[in-house]
Unconditional design. Structure first.
Length: 203
């Protein structure tokens, strides 16, 4: 009975998170009220506050859920690739696909930058692991002579991540058939500048 009750709680919590995320995407985080969330999730405020201490806490849990289900598995896969060239290809291609498949990232990544509290610090710590892995990969390739040594690796990493995350602002999420082509385009643009490769898809 206890296990079933816990499963029901998780199911209700997930449903609230989904309803809230739909509103965040439609209206933005700041413009979405707890009343809006309650109406969309068909719950009252006591129920909302049973699961989440505040709207900020709800947003944090939505972001951490995405980190646990999407970001961490991808980072773990990337980190397991020993060859830095193969790792760089994987990270650019797969992160582009993640961004194209996860419209909520537009809200999660950009809105999170305005949060300056304990929630922000936890989120920042998780995303920094991704940044550090990309940075280390670039540094390894510079040592190997694959990427020009005069490029500042932190700038390269941030520019790559910025280019890819900006996709959330212009990509049509109803056109899933374009995802692979966009990923290959991001790869070719990135590697043409970093590695001088004309055809990244052939690697």
């Amino acid at each position: 009975m206890k296990k079933k009750r816990e499963e029901n709680n998780v199911s209700r919590e997930d449903a609230i998170l989904r309803s809230a995320m739909e509103l965040f995407l439609e209206k933005g985080y700041s413009a979405t009220s707890t009343n809006d969330i309650c109406v969309a999730a068909r719950i009252n405020k006591p129920t909302l506050y049973y699961y989440f201490e505040s709207k900020r806490h709800l947003f944090f849990e939505a972001h951490m859920k995405h980190i646990q289900e999407v970001l961490r598995p991808y980072v773990d896969q990337a980190a397991a690739i020993a060859d830095p060239s193969a790792r760089l290809l994987f990270m650019i291609r797969e992160f582009t696909k993640i961004v194209c498949r996860q419209p909520e990232l537009r809200v999660l990544t950009h809105e999170a930058m305005s949060i300056k509290d304990q929630y922000f610090e936890e989120i920042r710590k998780e995303w920094k692991k991704h940044y550090r892995l990309l940075l280390n990969t670039i540094e390894e390739l510079q040592v190997a002579g694959t990427i020009a040594a005069d490029l500042k690796p932190s700038w390269v990493a941030l520019l790559l991540l910025g280019m890819i995350t900006w996709i959330t602002y212009w990509f049509d999420y109803n056109r899933a058939e374009d995802i692979d082509a966009i990923a290959e385009t991001a790869l070719r643009i990135s590697l043409s500048g970093l590695l001088g490769k004309e055809n990244a898809s052939s690697r």
